[in-house]
Design a protein around this ligand. Structure first.
Ligand SMILES: [Zn+2]
Length: 271
């Protein structure tokens, strides 16, 4: 599942191709992709709209239209966005296509079909879920973590994954953050010391911004992978490395499940 750094890559790579572009044609190949309108209504409302801005909040992307309307996109598990020439073969599961005045197509591909698009008129309430998100990782403060994490008898990993507490962190970066902080993901929020919360406060934004940098790929690389290669693997210390040696101490990393999510940590480096 793309997490904040991956979604940010999608935004930065695609922005030059969509900004200032007018949508000349819309195709909806899987009706349920548009969460709050019938496909015909979405097509009618989107055609002729000009994309003025392209922003991200947590794992949500928003196309801001010149009319004041906006479109929210959530990629969920397997959604990807690519820019293609109209002559390029359509990938299987191309669920939605916006043709731009440049002639290029913004294609939305999603094999599992869990991702959504929402269209909102200028004064319409945005109920996509992005208004319920906690702060971005870069905005987290010690006081905030003391209120939202230190008061909870829930595993730290589960709290980090809660989008209402902090926006954008998923399974990969929750494990990486816990490793970097030297804290076991199974620890209850209420067991964390002020020092540990302070550490998290620094490490949460640091890990997220580092991976945004790692993912900074040229369009050609992004396009070749159809928007699915984020180049984070080489830089992951624990995620996906259960039973392998810890990069810091060499001890075998523990693979476990926390709140039904696979989790990896080092018993020696994380207390
Ligand atoms: Zn270790």
């Amino acid at each position: 599942m793309p997490e904040l750094p991956e979604v940010e890559t999608v935004r930065t790579v695609l922005a030059p191709f969509v900004l200032g572009q007018t949508v000349t044609k819309v195709q909806v190949n899987l009706p349920k992709v548009v969460a709050n309108l019938q496909p015909a209504e979405f097509i009618q409302k989107m055609t002729g709209q000009t994309i003025q801005n392209f922003t991200r909040r947590g794992k949500f992307l928003t196309l801001h239209l010149k009319s004041g309307a906006h479109v929210v996109v959530h990629l969920r598990m397997t959604g990807t966005l690519t820019i293609e020439n109209p002559t390029a073969v359509y990938e299987k599961h191309t669920n939605l296509v916006l043709t731009l005045q440049s002639g290029k197509e913004l294609r939305y591909i999603d094999s599992r079909g869990f991702g959504h698009w929402w269209y909102y008129e200028p004064n319409q309430n945005d109920d996509s879920g992005q208004n319920l998100l906690g702060p971005e990782p870069a905005e987290v403060t010690l006081e905030y973590l003391q209120q939202k994490i230190a008061t909870r008898n829930t595993a730290l990993k589960t709290l980090l994954l809660d989008q209402h507490i902090i926006a954008g962190i998923g399974n990969i970066y929750a494990d990486e953050i816990c490793f970097r902080a030297g804290i076991r993901p199974t620890r209850k929020g209420s067991s964390l010391t002020v020092g540990e919360l302070q550490k998290l406060c620094t490490i949460i934004p640091a890990v997220i911004s580092e991976f945004i940098q790692f993912h900074h790929v040229p369009f050609e690389v992004y396009a070749a992978s159809k928007g699915t290669s984020y180049q984070n693997d080489a830089n992951l210390a624990v995620y996906g490395r259960a039973k392998k040696a810890c990069l810091h101490c060499g001890q075998t990393l523990i693979g476990t499940r926390i709140g039904q999510r696979s989790s990896v940590y080092c018993e020696n480096c994380q207390k």
